[in-house]
Design a protein around this ligand. Structure first.
Ligand code: MTE
Ligand code: MO
Length: 433
C-alpha cells in the first residue's frame, strides 16, 4: 500500500501532505470494519465462554482475577457435554484472533491519518470521540498482543495474563460498541458508495481515490496508485489465509497438524501411545522422581475421612475407559485419546460420598508454578467419563503426561486435567487447611 513519504521533520506531521495513499477512504475502512464487526463479537463471546469454562466463581485457585466484581459473575456450571465443547470454542477464539490480525492492522493503517489530525481537539464532542478511539485502538492492540504473546510464548505473564486479557476485553468491547453505535450509519453509507464486485475487477490503472469528503480519511493530495483496492484487499485476505493455514491445524488436528508451523506446542509430539502434545513437561514442572516413584500415594479426602492408596491399590479399583481430547486455552488441542483409569465418582465413593458426590479439589505433587491445583464442580465429578487416568492409548502414562495419575474431564479446558495427582479432597474447593 502506498506510503510514499517525504519524511516529516519533527512537529510537522501534516496529515494533508504526509498520508498520501490514494486507497484510503471511507469505503476501504468500512470493508475492514465490517469484517471486524463480525469477528470481534465472536472473539468477545468465545473469550467470555473460556472464562466461564474455568468455573471462576468456584474457587480462588481457578481464577485469581482481583476485584472482578460484577464482571466475574456466572450463572451456570460449565457443562461436560458435548465433550468437545471447549475444544471448539477455544479453537475458534484463538484461530479467529490470529486470522483477524491482518484485518486489524489494515484497518488501523486505513485510519492512521486520523490519529494525527490537527488541531488534536476541536470540541468536547470531538474530545470524547478521540478518547473512545484511543480506547478502541489501544484496547484492540492490547487484546491482540497479549493474546498472541500468551499463546506463542507459553504464558509470558503466568497468572497475570488472565486479569489483563479479561479486563482489557471489557474495555475494548465497550469501546467497540460505542464506536459501532456512532459510526454504523456512516459505515453503511460508505459500503453502499461503491460496488464491491466492481471494485474486485478494477486494476491499478483504473484505481482512483474515493471522493473527497469530511471523513478525514481521503488524502487531499493523493499520490498515484501503486496498488488497486482489489490488491489491498487481496493482500490482507492472503495474510489471513496464510495465518489460518499455519495455525488452525493445532486445533483441528489430523493431517493439518503438520502445517501448523506457528503453533507453539507439539507439532512433532512424538509417536506411540503418549505421542500427543505436552504443555509443560515433568522437567519444566520440576517434578521430583521420588514424588512419583514407588513411594507415591494417592490421598483421597472428604466427609471427614481420609484414604491413602498405593499405585497397586489404585489399579485394583474398577478401571474404566473414556475417549476425550485435551483442549488448551492456548488454542491447541488433541484428537480424542483413549484414557483408562478410575472414575472420580468411584473415588468419591471411597470416602462415602459416592451417592451424591460434591466437587473436588485436586492437587498435584508439583510444588511450584501455575496449574498445580484446580477445583472441579460436582457435575464434572459426576460425569462417568471423568477419570483419574493411569493409562492412555493402551500404555501407562508417560512422565510428561502426568505419570502415575492424572485427571481427565470432558468438555473442560486442558488446565483442569491436573497431572501428577497427589490428593483429591471431595467437598473442598480451595487449599485444605
Ligand atoms: N500439575 C500440572 N498439571 C497440568 C499442567 C501443569 O503445568 N501442571 N498443565 C495443564 C495444562 S495448561 C494443560 S493444557 C494440560 C496439558 O496436558 P498434556 O501435557 O498432557 O497434553 O495439562 C494440564 N495439567
Ligand atoms: Mo493449557
Amino acid at each position: 500500500m502506498n506510503v510514499r513519504s517525504r519524511l516529516p521533520s519533527p512537529g510537522s506531521v501534516r496529515p494533508d501532505t504526509f498520508w498520501r495513499s490514494p486507497l484510503r477512504g471511507p469505503w476501504l475502512t468500512s470493508v475492514f470494519g465490517a469484517v471486524l464487526l463480525v469477528g470481534i463479537p465472536v472473539l468477545f463471546l468465545t473469550g467470555l465462554v473460556s472464562y466461564a469454562a474455568y468455573n471462576p466463581d468456584l474457587s480462588a485457585v481457578n481464577d485469581k482475577t482481583p476485584d472482578k466484581g460484577l464482571l466475574g459473575f456466572y450463572l451456570f456450571s460449565w457443562p461436560t457435554d458435548p465433550y468437545w465443547l471447549y475444544r471448539v470454542t477455544q479453537g475458534v477464539h484463538v484461530t479467529l484472533g490470529i486470522v483477524l490480525v491482518p484485518v486489524l492492522l489494515a484497518k488501523l493503517w486505513s485510519v492512521v491519518p486520523k490519529l494525527f489530525t490537527l488541531p488534536p481537539v476541536r470540541s468536547v464532542g470531538h474530545a470524547l470521540d478521540r478518547l473512545s478511539l484511543l480506547l478502541l485502538v489501544g484496547g484492540g492492540l492490547f487484546e491482540f498482543v497479549t493474546g498472541v504473546l500468551n499463546i506463542q510464548l507459553d504464558y509470558l505473564f503466568p497468572g497475570s495474563f488472565y486479569p489483563l486479557h479479561f479486563y482489557g476485553a471489557w474495555v475494548f468491547f465497550g469501546a467497540v460498541v460505542a464506536h459501532v453505535v456512532i459510526r454504523l450509519p456512516r459505515t453503511v453509507r460508505a459500503l453502499r458508495s461503491r460496488d464491491f464486485r466492481a471494485e474486485l475487477r478494477t486494476p491499478v490503472a483504473r484505481t482512483r481515490p474515493e471522493p473527497a469528503d469530511d471523513s478525514g480519511l481521503v488524502a487531499p493530495d493523493p499520490a498515484p496508485p501503486t496498488m488497486s483496492r482489489r490488491g489491498a484487499l487481496g493482500l490482507v485476505g492472503l495474510g489471513s489465509v496464510v495465518l489460518f493455514v499455519v495455525t488452525a491445524g493445532q486445533s483441528i488436528g489430523g493431517s493439518l497438524r503438520g502445517t501448523a508451523l506457528l503453533a507453539p506446542h507439539g507439532r512433532q509430539p512424538g509417536s506411540g501411545p503418549n505421542g500427543f502434545p505436552v504443555n509443560k513437561t515433568a522437567a519444566l514442572a520440576h517434578i521430583r522422581e521420588r514424588d512419583v516413584g514407588p513411594d507415591w500415594r494417592l490421598v483421597v479426602r472428604g466427609g471427614g475421612r481420609r484414604v491413602s492408596l498405593t499405585l497397586a491399590q489404585v489399579r485394583e479399583l474398577p478401571q474404566h475407559r473414556s475417549s476425550l481430547p485435551i483442549a488448551c486455552v492456548e488454542g491447541w488441542s488433541t484428537e480424542n485419546q483413549h484414557w483408562e483409569g478410575v472414575r472420580l465418582v468411584d473415588l468419591a465413593g471411597l470416602v462415602g460420598l459416592g451417592d451424591d458426590p460434591p466437587g473436588v479439589f485436586v492437587e498435584s505433587v508439583q510444588l511450584h508454578g501455575s496449574f498445580r491445583a484446580v477445583a472441579l464442580r460436582d457435575n464434572q465429578v459426576r460425569d462417568t467419563r471423568s477419570l483419574l487416568a493411569l493409562r492412555v492409548n493402551g500404555a501407562a502414562l508417560s512422565a510428561d503426561h502426568g505419570s502415575p495419575a492424572r485427571i481427565i474431564v470432558p468438555g473442560a479446558p486442558g488446565v483442569m486435567n491436573t497431572k501428577w495427582v497427589r490428593q483429591l479432597s471431595f467437598g473442598e474447593t480451595t487449599w485444605p487447611v
